[in-house]
Design a protein around this ligand. Structure first.
Ligand code: NG6
Ligand code: CA
Length: 522
């Protein structure tokens, strides 16, 4: 009996020793799956133009998003989580490469014909995960350029996602409002017929092809600004397109198409760990809810596609559960930039808004250096591993690469990407000290509770979209803890703090930040 008791205590000591070693090396309590040494699947759900206040748990208006709310309520919901930028391409660039987009002059809103903006030699999230044995896929919106210039859409289009680390890609090249309006599967246009080749031009139309300017009678959705080139499915787009008639996507089934692709990918990759980057098109314009969702929000098409997107999230989570993968999949949910109502089409987004506040209590919106431009819904969910929490740590999508690398021992070091896995999982509260945010090439600094916006020339409000951009002849300084809505500019009353932030900003950014070529609504 004595011997048995001794044995028991010996065993117990060993368990405690092993556990404390693991804890010591990470300085935080290990998660269940980390102890088991498994490599969890990683699912990134990335929405397009979904605002901070569009997700129920981030606002106090009626929720449109029960499924996303569930992720947030059962995971870590960040209240200070940022996209790198207030527009799409730079944010996606930062998410996948961990590098500030303002270091790359080409990482701006791209036309559908733009070359790939990620260098194929650059570190990327999918490459890092691939090196650890993951199968990797992107399904949905790409908008990071394709090819090296003068893309021939009738051949294999390369380099693209498959050359920067994705084993599988099923994408739209740019945005739903830009040509080419076709899906590309591993670099090939799906459904393309040899005798109907695709031609794309962003400057001049092809003879006799209908456009939003010349043929308003063919439009089922009207353009408000921009968006007056080739009409496809009754919707005038940005850019001209000819041919590829059978290959053109159907807008109202786009959500189902991407969702089914994502579901099938998950079902087909149960043996090897996978990384799925599911880049949804909603609620970017043109907002084309499937008829199942029409009228469901009471807010017009913008609200309806948010309900649709939320349903897709629920379906995908259901698939993980049905396939027995839910406990072994980390889910990160976010958005590429803040909200906009009228982004170029008449679709009742303004008229039917009611008391819904896409920006929550934040100032500005898409394209803006004010908070609503870059502060976005930011949720980390991992069933049975992450404990529910609301975290106010400062985190950025830039940090996703290094933090997931920390999880899988991926050995990636990218200067701008901070390794915050314990923060992402709610076990630590101390996030970044500082973060440079970007909006149409202009940059500003968040440090601690403070935000400093340098003076920028240009309009205060972009009239077409009715959003305050953050431009001013003077420095702006806000205490976001006390004044999240940025109503009091403290630059004059607190020169010490202002100087501290200017110094810190120039140290990261350099001092040529005002020589920017802005790309607002071009
Ligand atoms: C702008 C478009 C806007 C949207 C945006 C890109 C006009 C007038 N406006 O240039 O509609 O497409 O680009 O949005 O063309 S993003 O979310 O992909 O960055
Ligand atoms: Ca976007």
């Amino acid at each position: 009996m004595k011997q048995q008791i001794q044995q028991f205590f010996k065993g117990l000591c060993l368990v405690i020793l092993v556990a404390s070693c693991k804890t010591d090396s990470k300085k935080v309590t290990p998660l269940k799956t980390e102890i088991a040494d498994k490599q969890p699947n990683i699912l990134i759900i990335y929405t397009d133009d979904l605002g901070y206040g569009d997700v129920g748990v981030y606002t106090n208006t009626k929720s449109l998003t029960p499924n996303i709310d569930k992720l947030a309520n059962e995971g870590v919901r960040f209240t200070n989580g940022y996209a790198s930028s207030a527009t799409c391409t730079p944010s996606r660039y930062a998410l996948l490469t961990g590098s500030y987009p303002w270091r790359n002059r080409d990482a701006k809103i791209l036309p559908g014909t733009a070359p790939l903006v990620i260098d194929t030699a650059q570190a990327t999230l999918p490459k890092m995960l691939k090196s650890k044995g993951y199968d990797t896929a992107v399904i949905g919106k790409w908008h990071l350029g394709l090819g090296t210039g003068n893309v021939n859409w009738n051949q294999q289009v390369s380099p693209g996602p498959n050359e920067v680390g994705f084993d599988y890609s099923y994408i739209m090249a740019a945005t739903q409002d830009r040509v080419p309006t076709v899906y590309l599967k591993n670099g090939l246009v799906e459904g393309l017929e040899k005798d109907d080749p695709i031609q794309i031009n962003y400057d001049t139309n092809f003879d006799g092809e209908p456009t939003g300017i010349d043929n308003p009678e063919l439009m089922t959705m009207k353009w408000h600004h921009g968006h007056n080139s080739t009409i496809i499915n009754g919707i005038p787009r940005i850019g001209y397109m000819k041919g590829g008639t059978k290959a053109r996507w159907d807008d109202i089934t786009m959500a189902d198409t991407f969702l089914n692709e994502a579901k099938n990918y998950i079902k087909g990759h149960k043996k090897q760990p996978f990384f799925l980057y599911y880049a949804m098109q909603q609620p970017h314009v043109p907002r084309t809810p499937h008829p199942r969702f029409e009228g469901t929000s009471g807010l017009g098409p913008r609200g309806d596609v948010i309900v649709e997107a939320d349903w897709c999230v629920g379906e995908l989570l259901k698939t993980l559960k049905e396939e027995g993968l839910l406990e072994n999949t980390v889910v990160f949910f976010s958005s590429d930039n803040g909200p906009v109502l009228n982004d170029g089409y008449y679709d009742d987004a303004v008229e039917k808004l009611g008391d819904h506040k896409p920006w929550g209590d934040l100032r500005g919106g898409k394209y803006s250096l004010y908070e609503a431009g870059t502060r976005v819904p930011f949720i980390m969910y991992w069933k049975d591993n992450i404990q529910p929490k609301v975290s106010d740590a400062l985190v950025s999508q830039l940090d996703v690469l290094s933090s997931f690398s920390e999880l899988v021992d991926g050995n990636v070091t990218v200067k701008d990407s901070e390794s915050l896995w314990p923060v992402f999982t709610g076990r630590e509260n101390k996030g970044r000290d500082a973060l440079v945010i970007e909006a149409t090439s202009r940059t500003a600094l968040r440090m601690g509770d403070w935000l400093m916006i340098p003076p920028y020339k240009g309009p205060k409000i972009e009239k077409q979209v009715n959003i305050e951009l953050g431009n001013s002849n003077d420095f702006q300084l806000y205490n976001l803890k006390e004044d999240v809505s940025q109503t009091k500019n403290l630059a004059e009353s607190n020169p010490e703090k202002l100087n501290e932030l200017i110094k810190a900003f120039e140290k990261i950014r350099g001092n040529d930040y005002q020589k920017v070529e802005q790309l607002i609504l071009k």
